[in-house]
Design a protein around this ligand. Structure first.
Ligand SMILES: [Ca+2]
Ligand SMILES: [Ca+2]
Length: 442
């Protein structure tokens, strides 16, 4: 007999849903430094902890995926597979194999699961029913990675499902599921096959508004776990997970799904290789250094506080011991160098006296790169542009390896080096190293 939760009117459900999504959006990383501090507070709950979790590279799909329960699109065949096989409790025995894959495009996250199961137990029908009491696949998504709010989608072989958002809190009832979360645009289909079944679903990114970027950007990581609940022919219930855990509702144990964009990956690799060649070359050693390494600059904020490079943490810190700030003013040791300061944004301008190739190499500090890896920061965007409006290059620094951006200017011109927060607005301007070179025009 199907068990259904009490229904609420569509208007009321929609208003409740909209209120929830509004609150969820408020959890997205913001521009304030306090966001970073808040992320540190969350560490004990979910992010950044020294626990080994499963990692999956989520490939971008260029073609279309028909949500029909058949995992026969070329993208599914090419996608890396993950196994849902870790027993959630020590007493459980592993069910037959369960393999899954994920894909993404600008609109949707796609999940496909292939389940070997000769004996299906599906006692429920409809939506928001307790499918976990029979055979089912459970998908948990913490798009922000903060461990405070995540989404749960559970699907039975007959297509019955349960979708909810889950709020975490301290105390005896540590998680509160709300099945009124009924995301428009969630599409799922199941299909029986000999000795098993398949699940294919897509959920729009916009329904997961805690994500740092919608759609995700190359390198973004969501915390996700997949589970299989299995009821065997002898009624013995077992549960297995993709990322090892002892309980389903442990967001710190969720795996990391890292979004991969082939063009962005190629661009990052090209910039890394160019920086490595440049820094190893005699050109760099003999370059007419305009500003030299970042450390050679005099760095202060609006109040005149001097900043020094903290070698141990590879990060700028105030000379008087105060916290690092989220914006800096640069002044060159010599030469004509003007600065334009805005909060969380910085421009450095200078005039070239002759045609030149202007090169900037930069990297995040190890400290900042760790924040990016945890999903708590966004890196910085470094741009070079000439006043002619034509010559421009821009790069995102989100790792501790050196990257390179360069422009060629044919005539004496004004060149601007701009340093800004990454796309999500998190500021890590105090945690980068930059070196600017002016070379003869090749
Ligand atoms: Ca399909
Ligand atoms: Ca629901």
């Amino acid at each position: 007999m199907p068990i259904r939760v009490p229904s609420i009117g569509p208007g009321r459900a929609r208003r409740r849903y909209d209120r929830f999504q509004g609150r969820a959006r408020a959890l997205r990383p913001g521009i304030r430094l306090t966001t970073l501090v808040g992320g540190a507070t969350c560490c004990g709950l979910a992010v950044g902890c020294a626990r080994s979790v499963a990692v999956y590279e989520c490939r971008r799909v260029e073609g279309s995926i028909a949500i029909d329960g058949r995992l026969d699109e070329p993208a599914w065949r090419a996608a890396p597979r993950l196994d849902i096989a870790h027993p959630v409790t020590a007493a459980t025995t592993a069910p037959p194999p369960t393999r899954a894959a994920m894909l993404w495009d600008d609109v949707h996250l796609y999940v496909g699961v292939d389940v070997e199961d000769p004996h299906l137990v599906t006692p429920f029908e409809g939506r928001d029913v307790r499918v976990w009491r029979g055979d089912c696949i459970e998908l948990f998504i913490d798009a922000q990675g903060g461990g405070r709010l995540y989404y749960e989608i559970d699907v039975a072989p007959n297509g019955a499902w349960y979708d909810a958002n889950v709020l975490r809190q301290d105390g005896p009832r540590s998680y509160i599921p709300d099945p009124s979360w009924n995301p428009p645009g969630l599409v799922l289909r199941t299909r029986r096959r000999p000795r098993g079944w398949t699940l294919e679903l897509k959920v729009p990114h916009r329904e997961l508004p805690t994500a740092r970027h919608i759609p995700p950007q190359h390198g973004d990581a969501w915390r996700v776990n997949l589970y299989r609940c299995e009821v065997a022919a002898d009624a013995a219930a077992t549960c297995v997970a993709w990322s090892a855990t002892s309980t389903l509702h442990d967001p710190a144990a969720f795996g990391r799904v890292v979004f991969h964009h082939p063009q962005r990956q190629a661009d990052l690799q090209r910039r890394r290789e160019a920086a490595a060649r440049f820094l190893a070359s005699a050109d760099a050693a003999g370059a007419d250094t305009l500003a030299g390494r970042f450390a050679a600059l005099r760095v202060s904020d609006h109040a005149g506080t001097r900043f020094v490079l903290n070698e141990a943490r590879d990060q700028w810190r105030a000379a008087d011991g105060r916290r690092p700030v989220s914006w800096l003013r640069l002044a060159a040791p010599s030469g004509r160098l003007a600065t334009k300061n805005e909060r969380a944004h910085m421009d450095v301008r200078w005039d070239l006296s002759r045609p030149a190739r202007v090169v900037v190499v930069g990297r995040l500090s190890r400290f900042a790169a760790e924040w990016v890896d945890r999903g708590s920061a966004d890196g910085i965007v470094v741009g070079l542009s000439a006043a002619d409006g034509v010559h421009h290059d821009e790069m995102l620094l989100n790792a501790a390896e050196w990257h390179l951006a360069a422009i060629d200017v044919d005539r004496p011109d004004e060149v601007t080096l701009s340093i800004s927060p990454g796309p999500a607005g998190n500021t890590m301007l105090d945690s980068a190293a930059l070196a600017v070179y002016m070379l003869p025009r090749p």
